[in-house]
Design a protein around this ligand. Structure first.
Ligand code: UDP
Length: 242
């Protein structure tokens, strides 16, 4: 699988997509940049891309083994993965197991409270609108996805949560919430895409309750790199090689 020269298809806040010689396949490269609050806050640390890429690769492999369709094919280098080229559904799907972040304010429930069942939320991917939360009627009006597709995404998101919750628990991590994205591959299948790591999930240490994810950066808690390294160690199974 060769990357084509001048092959940049898309550059986002945390990742770059490159075309390959196979139109069905692209390379997803993880950058060392960190952004929050719709890119108003910016940061970076060396090695962050490789850490997140390998966390994501480990989780995508696990999900694929358990029957969840994913875009991941293989690791190309420590911070690049070979994936199915997807046509993305323009929605962010948030799955929540505990109250945190925007939900604390929205419902007036203290941070950390366990939800009696996983709560799903939909956000419309539109930077210029600030990725607003939308409901099924809004999604119908905007024709972003049919009801049947939303049901399929919901089932896949809940299944992903059901697989990841015990995986993290066995490694001393609490999955508070996460953001997932889905898209269509060249065979017309709906698959889980994007990334799953400390940029897109809230993960707390089960022993101390310490936040290990991007909230360290968002909330200026310090030791951002160390938090990501702890997630890596628990998920990948060994310390980050320096
Ligand atoms: N999230 C994300 N990208 C976004 C917004 C949220 O990956 O653009 C993740 C976030 O890291 C958290 C979950 O989605 O794990 C729920 O985030 P929340 O709605 O609480 O928003 P936030 O507090 O980040 O504004």
């Amino acid at each position: 699988m060769l990357q084509q020269p001048d092959a940049t298809l898309y550059e986002g806040k945390a990742k770059i997509l490159y075309a390959t010689t196979d139109p069905k396949v692209v390379i997803q490269e993880f950058k060392d940049d960190l952004t929050a609050f719709n890119a108003q806050k910016k940061g970076t640390f060396f090695g962050k891309g490789a850490i997140n890429c390998q966390i994501s690769a480990t989780l995508f492999r696990l999900l694929a083994e358990k029957g969840v369709p994913v875009h991941f094919r293989s690791l190309d280098s420590p911070r690049r993965m070979v994936i199915d080229r997807l046509e993305m559904v323009p929605l962010e799907v948030v799955v929540r197991n505990r109250v945190a972040g925007s939900l604390t304010k929205r419902l007036g429930i203290p941070e950390g409270e366990e939800l009696s069942f996983p709560v799903i939320e939909w956000y419309y991917k539109r930077d210029d609108l600030g990725d607003p939360m939308v409901n099924r009627d809004h999604i119908r009006i905007l024709k972003l996805a049919s009801d049947a597709v939303l049901d399929e995404i919901r089932t896949l998101a809940l299944r992903t949560n059901e697989i990841l919750l015990p995986f993290y628990r066995e490694r001393g991590l609490i999955l508070v919430d996460m953001k997932l994205e889905f898209g269509w591959n060249s065979s017309g299948s709906l698959v889980l895409g994007d990334e799953i790591d400390g940029d897109t999930s809230r993960l707390w240490d089960a022993g101390t309750g310490e936040k290990l994810d991007k909230d360290r950066f968002r909330m200026d808690l310090g030791s951002v790199k160390e938090g990501y390294e702890k997630i890596y160690e628990r998920v990948v199974g060994h310390a980050v090689e320096s």
